[in-house]
Ligand binder design. Structure first.
Ligand SMILES: Cc1cc2nc3c(=O)[nH]c(=O)nc-3n(C[C@H](O)[C@H](O)[C@H](O)COP(=O)(O)OP(=O)(O)OC[C@H]3O[C@@H](n4cnc5c(N)ncnc54)[C@H](O)[C@@H]3O)c2cc1C
Length: 259
């Protein structure tokens, strides 16, 4: 079984090069869609140097209980001057992270460690394909907004309800194709919907880069399908965000010891 890393702040910081601790205040909340809640955190962020796709690791307090869990959320937008970061959080999990996102009082504080994460824009690619679920929307749209014209961004997301089909706003010089696939009763770790979407997609000409985020087994199946199709594995960034039926571990990663 994989050894679980320590979760106290000083041990984490000693292992995470370039990351700092921030004490932030919940300053805004609104619904992006029925399943996606936007939470803005404010504070002194002047030394936060984050690339598109980086995330913050929050010490999420257990709602109605003691202690906290580390949960990672990708920075949807950051305004370092005004000291604001926006996160888009999928509330479907109903775990500590989702409950905090839904109910943390405006004005309450939270510890964040960041920036974290290695997946960011491949500036050499001609086109960029994003595959995943709602938890990957913030990362996908943050990375895609950094694409310079005449690049191309393609998105295929699996969603549970049509109202969650939130489309990106991207530089008009960048070609954008967005596809949403409804889950239609399939299990959360059933990759069939996204695999079908991927199989139906004709890759644009030029060099592509594929970014995958979401449920652990779905992410693995999509990566395997791309490799089987002959796609260069070095041009794939696949990151499991969560695992069906299993809460993420105390340090924020999905358990993958028997995947
Ligand atoms: C690098 C990184 C970046 C991430 N960025 C984001 C982000 O920007 N937005 C975001 O929403 N999530 C993001 N995640 C995923 C998020 O951190 C986890 O889903 C988180 O564990 C949910 O925490 P929780 O406490 O609500 O639920 P947990 O306690 O982890 O899980 C409770 C239950 O909910 C299920 N579950 C967990 N997540 C989901 C989900 N998304 N959909 C359906 N069921 C789920 C689990 O299987 C479990 O049964 C990211 C994860 C990583 C590793």
């Amino acid at each position: 079984m994989a050894k679980t890393p320590p979760t106290d702040t000083s041990s984490l910081l000693s292992r995470l090069e370039g990351a700092s601790t921030y004490h932030l205040t919940v300053s805004k909340r609104y619904d992006v869609s029925p399943s996606l809640v936007s939470v803005t955190l404010s504070g002194d962020l002047h030394d936060l140097i984050a690339s598109p796709g980086n995330d913050l690791m929050l010490a999420v307090p257990v709602v109605g209980g003691d202690g906290s869990f580390r949960r990672r959320y990708t920075i949807r937008r950051a305004d370092i001057v005004s000291g604001e970061v926006e996160l888009w959080i999928d509330r479907i999990s109903a775990g500590p992270g989702a409950m905090w996102a839904d109910s943390a009082p405006i004005g309450s504080t939270i510890e964040a460690i960041g920036p974290r994460g290695k997946v960011t824009l491949d500036e050499m690619a001609d086109w960029h394909l994003f595959l995943g679920d709602l938890s990957f929307l913030a990362a996908s749209y943050a990375i895609a907004e950094a694409i310079e014209p005449p690049g191309q961004a393609l998105f295929i997301f699996e969603i549970d309800q049509a109202d969650d089909a939130v489309v990106p706003t991207i530089d008009p010089g960048v070609g954008v194709t967005v596809g949403f696939i409804e889950r239609d009763g399939r299990e959360m770790n059933d990759p069939a919907g996204l695999l079908a979407g991927l199989a139906a997609l004709e890759f644009p000409p030029g060099e592509g880069h594929v970014y995958i985020g979401g449920e652990l087994k779905v992410v693995a199946a999509l990566k395997a399908a791309l490799i089987e199709r002959g796609f260069d594995r070095k041009a794939i960034d696949a990151k499991p965000y969560w695992r069906a039926g299993v809460a993420n571990m105390a340090h924020g990663e999905p358990r993958n010891d028997d995947a």
